[in-house]
Design a binder for this molecule. Structure first.
Ligand SMILES: C[S@@+](CC[C@H](N)C(=O)[O-])C[C@H]1O[C@@H](n2cnc3c(N)ncnc32)[C@H](O)[C@@H]1O
Length: 313
């Protein structure tokens, strides 16, 4: 299966999206049989709020097809990193598309990039890195939780990324990254409870000619500590941002139009026209304009993103 190029037909082994609504999507591996909790091989039937689906019936159908379920319908969509993030099995907290978009841009990820990531977690971010570097680059991803690494490795393989990723079980704070990566990484991304404890390892692994770094931390105290460490190791362009979404509502509004014709007249003339203290002010004419209103700041804090450049001069 492919996360990177459009496919026409669903094949056995593909992971597809069963799209019911934007808030009701299921990631399903297309196979005829599965193993039940008693260890027996049984026909694979996927349950939804609209009834059961015999998964095997999807094989050979075109992506985008409308599927009839006993009590409604759904669409079968081809998987991509965005849909995977919305439907993947959570083993940890994950990163979402708004933060990820900024990370990809700020880390200057290109098809040939060599990227280091820790921790792998549920592999949400990893899939975007892999799509971006597919074909030429490589992702080295580390996590000290062994079963998370095993599960992520299996998913990368199934999703067609196996040749472009090395997933390893490792504590990157105590042991750093592997020695073969010294001076090789174009970009390093850390989503760890204490990223500041790994900055010495980051320095070893980043390319000295301008490697980019990013740490994601939910709390400002972690971010402050990371910035101090980055400064200590001579990183440049250290800056922290937070991605907050703000809604703009498009509305028609009546705005008063000022009558400036008096500017042309003599000053005394103008003054005599001004309303006296208790006099009712004349109603200004109004004009309808199309404008946008900002809603108050919405809750949406995920974390702080700290970026920096490593340049050994
Ligand atoms: C929040 S999750 C990462 C989520 C990931 N960014 C995603 O989008 O799915 C943090 C991961 O860091 C791992 N971790 C924490 N400390 C670590 C360390 N010292 N070395 C390696 N991995 C570590 C945890 O096991 C966990 O899986």
């Amino acid at each position: 299966m492919s996360f990177t190029k459009p496919e026409r037909v669903i094949n056995e082994g593909d992971t597809v999206i069963l799209y019911i609504t934007i808030n009701n999507m299921h990631a399903i591996e297309v196979k005829s049989h599965t193993t039940n909790k008693h260890g027996q091989k049984v026909e694979y039937v996927h349950q939804t709020a609209y009834g059961a689906l015999k998964v095997q019936s999807l094989i050979g159908k075109e992506y985008g097809t409308k599927i009839h379920l006993p009590k409604g319908y759904a669409f079968i969509l081809q998987m991509n990193p965005e849909l995977w993030t919305m439907s993947l099995p959570h083993r940890t907290q994950i990163l979402y598309t708004p933060d990820i978009s900024m990370i990809l841009m700020q880390l200057e990820i290109q098809p040939s990039s060599v990227i280091i990531e820790a921790g792998t977690g549920s592999g949400s971010l990893s899939h975007y890195f892999l799509r971006a570097i597919y074909g030429k680059g490589h992702l080295y991803t580390f996590d000290f939780h062994e079963s998370r690494v095993d599960q992520a490795r299996e998913e990368f393989q199934k999703h067609g990324f196996g040749n472009f990723v090395t997933a390893q079980h490792r504590d990157v704070v105590s042991d750093g990254f592997t020695d073969d990566l010294n001076g090789k990484a174009d970009a390093i991304f850390l989503d760890l409870p204490a990223p500041y404890k790994a900055i010495d390892h980051v320095v070893k692994a980043l390319k000295p000619s301008g490697g980019r770094f990013c740490a994601f931390s939910p709390c400002i105290e972690q971010t402050q500590e990371t910035c101090l460490q980055l400064e200590k190791y001579g990183f440049l362009e250290i800056h922290t941002i937070e991605i907050l979404q703000s809604e703009h509502i498009v509305r028609e509004k009546n705005i008063p139009v000022m009558d400036l014709s008096f500017v042309k007249q003599k000053r005394e003339d103008t003054e005599s026209k001004l309303p006296k203290r208790d006099e009712k002010r004349p109603q200004l004419p109004t004009r309808k304009i199309l404008t946008t209103l900002n809603t108050p700041i919405q809750q949406g804090h995920t974390g702080y993103l700290t970026f920096a450049t490593f340049l050994r001069i």
